[in-house]
Design a binder for this molecule. Structure first.
Ligand SMILES: Nc1ncnc2c1ncn2[C@@H]1O[C@H](COP(=O)(O)OP(=O)(O)O)[C@@H](O)[C@H]1O
Ligand SMILES: [Mg+2]
Length: 737
């Protein structure tokens, strides 16, 4: 078992083997985390405490290196890619997570706390045993090596105070079981070392009195009176004065109790010991100034929230539509997520469909996501499942007339929704429809116009108002007919920006800076957060005036603050899209696994990536991914797509949509044959999913790749050509090509 000692110099033990904690900085990182008692210490706080204003750019890399050395020292047998359970990465920082018994200071506190209860209950013998065990844990001043560090001082002082209390309580327990003579020598030393602690003098005088040394007892009381007058100019407190009077009067109250074991000391003792092992509640005051997450609650947006909740009320018995629009980063997703939480408290369920950032997802994918969530709660009957197969099933083969099948599918979705939502109200979210494919929008319009047939459903549709293409404009015109609730997001108010900044970074940010951030960002929450993080990461050196104008430049600055290797990995990751499969990322990057995982960790810690599920990563925002991607040169992009395609072929060979996307984007002769192959498969797939525009695009891509590959098979070429013509005809878009 791993145990940690901080009551004295910092040590870690694996059973009876002492772990090699390397250098002083390693120890400082560990001590700082232990001191937070399981709370998250944000990296910027860690850097501020341990690197004392040194270049924070380099510090992030150093912190990571120290943490990974410590992890190796503490858990040498941990398998690669299994997360550490002791030094946990918990964005925006790290947390130290072990049981109460494994840290001497935590055990000490638990024992003292328990002894207090035992003393109060009259079980002095048990209390004495607990207190002796507690005090035996001390080997020197708490956090000894770090005594001069401002971050360690308050905690060390708190523990020291608790130790003094423990010494006094132990004396009290000793007195209570008639061991006055045994405690006198220890108390004398204690009182002399802490001459202003009246309780220690009181106990000492009482012990002396009970040893039939009244003269010494009175002398002690005189000494303390003199000391208090001299040092503080005050008289002894009432307890001391009463003791003095009682001694002079030989009061019977001062007599020792019978020296017998207390009832709880006998057979109950082992059980009492076990209870000690129970975790104590860690004190919350200690780290309360450290935010555990960057931001979890919505700031401002009260009116918008109320509008959406009202729309939900109107959804009684028929589907209501709400359109949430705004710039990227304005908080469309965050607002919707907030409303989801509020509705969940009223028994609503939610299904979420996100339109993917880059190509490579099957047509109608957002509806697939939503229907899968719904189906997990209310599974469709067999007939419905058959009709829903194009959206719901992993693979399916079409039969009969396509146009009729598409209409049937849309009607089946309406019918299924009506049944699935009859009992429970549902919030359906179509996020980022400015990127939606044709099929996604077609189904959206069908549902919105056929809405009388549904149960209690609020359908929230979000989009960037300045990126509305023709398809979406048509869809919005049709949606307008059903009187949707419209929520148009603009920047947050200045006070809200201040709250957002203060909640996001642990470094102090002054009012001038907040004002500058308000001006610079017009209150766009994503822009605000990025700017605040960049300023915090650059520490004292950063001036707002030097922070680049424009959200993309701020993102670049943020990325530039990461270690070089991490920047490289992020560039590779952005080619995968906003969602990143860690297996694919590892397969495509030429570097070793540790480098990639360290890179991922820096991005998680600084809030560029989030980890929605184990093995899954996501860029915090599409803007981050897009900025990285747009900054790659054409040539580099193409090469990276080729590498990605190969990695996906190895890891997820059946993902033809993604394979077609990456091979087509790699646009080289060497990969042209594969591009043609996968584009052909993906095109057929899109056709059977009624996504004719996407299909036409893919057939065209396949044809171009086929020609580039230098293949000469005329029949194969004719098939691709026929695909283009057919899907164009079906999409009603008769070739502006
Ligand atoms: N009102 C708010 N209060 C706190 N944080 C917010 C608020 N609005 C947005 N954010 C944060 O700003 C970032 C961008 O918001 P997001 O909802 O993703 O924007 P959008 O979906 O409009 O692009 C997210 O990190 C989000 O948590
Ligand atoms: Mg969003």
């Amino acid at each position: 078992m791993l145990t940690f000692r901080v009551l004295g110099a910092l040590e870690a033990w694996d059973g009876d083997r002492r772990a090699d904690l390397r250098g002083p900085r390693h120890r400082a990182v560990l001590a700082r985390l232990v001191l937070a008692r399981g709370h998250v210490v944000p990296v910027d706080r860690l850097i501020e405490d341990l690197w004392h204003g040194e270049s924070p750019h380099r510090a992030l890399g150093s912190v990571q290196t120290f943490v990974s050395h410590l992890r190796r020292a503490l858990e040498p047998d941990r398998a690669p890619r299994t997360p550490s359970t002791v030094l946990v990465t918990a964005p925006p920082g790290y947390a130290f997570r072990v049981g109460t018994d494994e840290v001497d200071a935590w055990r000490f506190e638990a024992l003292v706390h328990r002894a207090g209860g035992l003393l109060a209950a009259g079980a002095a013998q048990d209390a004495l045993r607990e207190l002796t065990a507690a005090l035996d844990l001390w080997r020197g001043p708490a956090y000894a090596q770090f005594a001069d560090e401002p971050w360690a001082r308050p905690e060390a002082a708190r523990l020291e105070e608790l130790r003094l209390v423990a010494v006094e309580r132990r004396a009290e327990a000793g007195l209570a079981i008639g061991q006055a003579s045994g405690i006198v020598p220890g108390l004398e030393a204690h009182a002399a070392a802490h001459p202003l602690r009246e309780e220690s003098w009181r106990l000492l005088a009482l012990a002396l009195y009970r040893c039939a040394r009244q003269g010494d007892a009175l002398a002690v009381l005189r000494r303390v009176r003199a000391a208090l007058r001299e040092e503080l100019g005050v008289e002894p407190g009432s307890r001391l004065q009463r003791l003095e009077a009682d001694i002079l009067a030989h009061s019977a109250e001062l007599d020792a109790p019978e020296a017998v074991p207390t009832p709880a000391a006998a057979p109950g003792a082992p059980a009492a010991r076990r209870e000690v092992a129970e975790p104590v509640r860690v004190s919350d005051e200690l780290e309360e100034d450290v935010p555990v997450a960057r931001t979890s609650t919505l700031i401002g947006r009260a009116v918008e929230t109320a509008d959406l909740l009202n729309a939900a009320k109107r959804a009684d018995g028929r589907l209501a539509v709400a359109l949430v629009s705004g710039d990227p980063g304005e908080g469309k997703t965050a607002l919707t997520e907030h409303v989801r939480e509020l509705l969940a408290a009223e028994g609503w369920r939610a299904a979420w469909g996100r339109c993917p950032e880059s190509g490579g997802a099957p047509a109608g994918w957002p509806w697939t996501q939503m229907l899968r969530t719904l189906a997990a709660v209310s599974p469709p009957d067999e007939d419905t499942a058959r009709v829903l197969a194009p959206l719901l099933a992993d693979s399916y083969s079409p039969v009969g007339d396509q146009a009729a099948a598409k209409l049937m599918l849309h009607q089946a979705v309406v019918g299924y929704l009506a049944r699935a939502t009859a009992e429970t109200p549902w919030l359906l979210v179509l996020d980022d429809v400015h990127r939606a494919d044709e099929e996604t929008l077609a189904l959206l319009c069908h549902l919105a116009t056929d809405r009388d047939a549904t149960g209690r459903v609020l359908l929230v549709v979000t989009y960037r108002h300045n990126e509305v293409g023709d398809l979406l404009a048509d869809a919005l015109a049709r949606l307008a007919r059903c009187g949707p609730e419209r929520v148009e997001l603009t920047g947050l108010a200045p006070e809200a920006v201040g709250d957002l900044v203060r909640g996001a970074v642990s470094a102090a940010i002054d009012e001038d800076t907040v004002r500058a951030i308000v001006d610079r960002t017009a209150g766009n929450p994503f822009y605000v957060l990025e700017t605040a993080r960049v300023l915090a990461a650059e520490g004292a050196h950063a001036a707002v005036s030097e922070v680049p104008v424009g959200v993309r430049d701020v993102i670049r600055r943020h990325v530039a603050g990461l270690p070089k290797a991490a920047q490289e990995v992020l560039k590779q990751a952005c080619v995968l899209g906003r969602d990143i499969d860690v297996d694919v990322l590892l397969a495509q990057s030429g570097t070793d696994e540790d480098t990639v995982l360290d890179a991922v960790e820096s991005a998680l810690l600084t809030g560029l990536l989030v980890e929605p599920d184990a093995g899954q990563l996501r860029f915090t925002h599409a803007l981050v991914r897009d900025t990285l991607y747009e900054d790659l040169s054409q040539l580099r992009r193409a090469r990276m797509h080729a590498r990605t395609a190969e990695a996906i072929e190895a890891v997820r060979p059946r993902d033809v949509s993604a394979l077609a996307h990456h091979y087509l984007a790699s646009a080289s002769r060497a990969t042209a044959a594969k591009a043609a192959h996968y584009a052909r498969l993906a095109a057929s797939d899109a056709e059977i999913h009624f996504a004719y525009r996407e299909a036409a695009e893919l057939w065209r891509g396949a044809l171009a790749a086929f020609d580039r590959s230098g293949a000469t098979d005329e029949a194969a070429r004719a098939e691709l050509q026929a695909g283009v013509t057919r899907s164009l005809a079906q999409s009603g878009d008769h070739g502006h090509d």
